[in-house]
Design a protein around this ligand. Structure first.
Ligand SMILES: *[C@@H]1O[C@H](CO)[C@@H](O)[C@H](O)[C@H]1NC(C)=O
Length: 192
């Protein structure tokens, strides 16, 4: 059973990353824009989704729901957003759904470790029902109700493409390819 689950993840990784990603050409997928300054691929989804749906859509594309890691990334993404879309808010990959009042990223980092420029008085958990975080066009964060629908941004870092290239996946036989993919995937925490 465990090996079947692992095999599934390996195949998901293979399909979602390798088949789209080309490190040298800085190409991930044609619907993602590469931002050189922050070495990442980004897509602004204009179809509004709930927070959970947004997270799922990004994962299905082999990417993840963006949370800016630092000021540089927030600035780069906001410039891209300002230049292309009119929306005031997008969901980001931060919530306190696991432990109320403890905001963390979708990959488990405390919000204090990443871009955390909260708006004045935020997060305020208005009505006791605000657990998902959105980014405002002015660069501030705010908590809101997870079932509200907003646009959102998916991200794939160039670094995560590089990992796949190092695996040299397609050139390996199935057995060694699986072993190598599994080992690296587990070691890098890439299997999510
Ligand atoms: C994006 O637009 C908003 C609203 O006009 C502005 O406050 C913000 O400074 C802009 N950010 C960037 C990085 O261009």
């Amino acid at each position: 059973m465990l090996s079947k689950i692992l095999l599934f993840f390996v195949i998901v990784n293979f399909v979602s990353d390798y088949s789209y990603g080309q490190r040298d050409k800085k190409f991930f997928r044609k619907d993602y824009k590469y931002l050189e300054a922050v070495e990442g691929f980004y897509k602004i989804h204009t179809l509004h989704k709930t927070w959970s749906e947004a997270k799922r859509v990004c994962a299905l594309e082999g990417a993840s729901l963006l949370y800016p890691e630092n000021d540089d990334e927030a600035h780069a993404v906001l410039s891209f957003w300002n230049a292309t879309q009119p929306y005031r808010w997008v969901y980001v990959g931060i919530s306190d759904l696991i432990v109320k009042g403890v905001f963390e990223t979708i990959d488990g980092l405390p919000v204090s470790d990443v871009y955390n420029n909260w708006g004045p008085g935020e997060p305020n958990d208005a009505g006791g029902i605000e657990d998902c975080v959105k980014l405002r066009q002015d660069g501030t964060l705010n908590d809101d109700q997870c079932n509200k629908k907003f646009p959102f941004i998916c991200k794939k870092s160039l670094q995560s493409l590089e990992w796949n290239m190092k695996c040299n996946f397609p050139n390996l036989g199935l057995a060694s390819g699986l072993a190598s993919g599994l080992a690296s995937g587990l070691a890098s925490g890439h299997v999510t």
